[in-house]
Design a protein around this ligand. Structure first.
Ligand code: FAD
Length: 280
């Protein structure tokens, strides 16, 4: 399998570290993953802009290896003037891609700000900066946790794409058919842009269960049961996780997914093992 067969190739997501040790770990992961020739790296953004500086610092450090690196940008809780300043800063810093999100407001933190949904952020980015940025947005094959229905969420997704997004990256999921169903329905609503599946390597059951509850990703019962049965046996969890995620990724690519975006959690090894199995 080669990157040429998949127009969106592979991309890797990191989070901004907050310690020296975390920074070293990120740089090691970056170096190991850069060797797989990703289309881009991305760095997440804390809710309400809480990691704004760390995100930009991490973007600058990560891209020193020569691979384009995109900051995530969320609009919730921000005023247009702040977002405008940030976009100007991104441009001046040579940034060419953004992952544009609504984000989630931490409880007790201020008002919603000037832009309520990601489609408004995409519109704002296009109004302010034209075609300068490649804009990626989030997609939810299993539905966003706050969406009133699958249909309404899909309409909201289509609106966000029509506002000028270039690609979509999905929330992670473990059921390939959820992705295929979502893509089919998005195409029927006129969305033509690539929809890249987001892939979460499995390394730690407790963390995975916590994340999945929060973001609405369903862990199928058989995966949950098997991971529970392994308890603290991290080697078995890693081996099982590698097998499950490699098979899922293979099915997605064989079924026409245009590439894969890995949620690395700043660890290279689990993602590299999946890529090795895919011969990517
Ligand atoms: P939206 O697309 O705005 O959707 C949010 C909800 O509102 C959905 O239920 C949708 O159906 C509904 N909706 C959308 N538009 C409208 C409208 N016009 N009218 C009425 N309802 C509407 N979070 C972070 O904090 N930092 C990150 O760096 C980060 N990166 C992510 C990267 C990816 C690839 C993904 C999939 C998620 C990421 N998230 C991140 C999580 C994301 O911020 C949350 O899922 C958030 O709750 C929704 O953001 P969104 O951009 O998808 O929102």
């Amino acid at each position: 399998m080669s990157a040429q067969q998949h127009p969106m190739g592979i991309s890797f997501e990191f989070f901004p570290p907050n310690t020296e040790a975390g920074r070293d770990k990120l740089m090691q992961a970056r170096d190991a993953l850069a060797a797989r020739d990703p289309r881009f790296f991305s760095v997440t953004f804390g809710a309400g802009g809480s990691t704004q500086h760390r995100t930009l610092d991490a973007v600058k450090a990560v891209r020193e290896c020569g691979i384009d690196t995109a900051p995530h940008l969320s609009c919730i809780g921000s005023e247009k003037a702040q977002l405008r300043d940030l976009l100007t800063r991104f441009r001046e810093d040579g940034i060419k891609r953004i992952v544009a999100l609504r984000g989630d407001l931490p409880s007790g933190m201020g008002g919603v700000g000037d832009l309520r949904y990601a489609n408004e952020l995409v519109e704002f980015i296009r109004e302010e900066t034209g075609d300068h940025f490649e804009v990626a947005v989030a997609a939810y094959p299993e539905s966003h946790p706050q969406a009133p229905s699958l249909d309404r969420d899909l309409e909201n997704f289509a609106r966000k794409m029509q506002a000028g997004a270039d690609i979509a990256i999905t929330q992670y999921f473990f059921t390939a058919d959820a992705y295929f169903h979502f893509v089919e329905r998005a195409r029927a609503l006129g969305v033509e842009a690539p929809i890249v599946p987001g892939v979460m390597p499995i390394t730690n059951y407790t963390k995975l269960a916590r994340f999945s509850d929060a973001c609405g990703a369903e862990i199928p019962r058989w995966i949950r049961k098997q991971l529970e049965a392994y308890g603290d046996d991290s080697a078995s969890i890693a081996a099982f996780g590698e097998d499950v995620i490699s098979r899922l990724s293979e099915r997605l690519l064989d079924g026409g997914a245009p590439g894969l975006h890995f949620y690395t959690l700043n660890q290279a090894e689990p993602t590299l093992k999946v890529l090795d199995n895919l011969r990517f």
